[in-house]
Write a protein that binds this ligand. Sequence first.
Ligand SMILES: [Zn+2]
Length: 374
Amino acid sequence: MRIVSQNDAGRFTKRCASFSLTMRIVFLPPAGKSVKTYSPNTQHTMNQTLTSASPKGKITQHRDTKNTEIYILPAIHKIKNSVPSVPLCLISILLMTSHFSAAQNENVITFDVGSIALTVLSEGQQQGRTSILIGTTEEMLAKTAPDGTFPNACNAFLMENAGKIILFDAGYGRKLFDNIKSVGKTESDVDAIVLTHMHGDHIGGLLRDGQKAFPQAELYIPQAEHDYWMSDAAGNRATQARNVIAAYKDRLRLFTPGEIDDTKELLPGIHPVAAYGHTPGHTGYMLESDGKKLFLWGDLTHAMAVQMPYPQVSVTYDTDPKMAAAYRLKLLKYVSDNDIRIAGMHNAFPALGHVKANATGGYTHTPVCECEGR
Ligand SMILES: [Zn+2]
């Protein structure tokens, strides 16, 4: 099964129109107690908690806080028994979502990049505020974030390749350990941790009770990032980064990334790519296996809804907003020109997608999850 894709959702929206349904794709929870909905039009995701379980064999209809209709489907075998009463479009939605219904943890999605298995470990979905954006106009915001917010998330990623387990960033550490457990791994199984940068929402899960949480892992940090946080320039925000560096001091691996078309490997299948500006050493990673690529771009964006159409927009968290914008423009062009899938640490569910240049000088992001075979 696959899919969460804007294109496919568009097709189903058309079909559903004849049934006068509000189109949302519903991800079934294993327990039937809570659902996540995804709106392909706004790329907005939300959690919905049910007050009661869905009746057997029936489609139940609920409304969220914005009075939007949400359709909640019972388990797949039950739906098959009641096909005559089920509109075609809802069966289609069910088929699209059955992969996710099988998952034991809705914060975790595994997909393939060639023979690499890459798993999104989400710390949660949230709404960011446009007050963090630099370089916007009223017109831009009216088009892209009219209520002053945009969807975003906090994600880490776990990669399995050739018997090695590699963690990219560690989120806040709120759901990280449960997420790792839900894919059948433990912290001791992680061979390496590779960081995009050292902000707290990326290194929070590296320590537990002041000790390293991943006892066997080597910690890969871009040299410029390490040097920045160890310098006076980082100021009094450096404590967390310095504690991490101290805890992993016997397993530190410092490196300097190349540019996007550089093929120098850091570890098998992983090419580090300079994406400076958000922090002095901020680094993305091109993953490659069996001719397939995915660019894991870290914090190249925080507000996809705004920064895709207007990639020149930076955020107040950037240490060098101009450099961040320059790298964003360069890297977006590359992945668009070369048709490379992307994933990001702050991209809302499902956290990965395709980017294409549009006619107005910006980019269009299509969220997509191709999860076949997993
Ligand atoms: Zn971040």
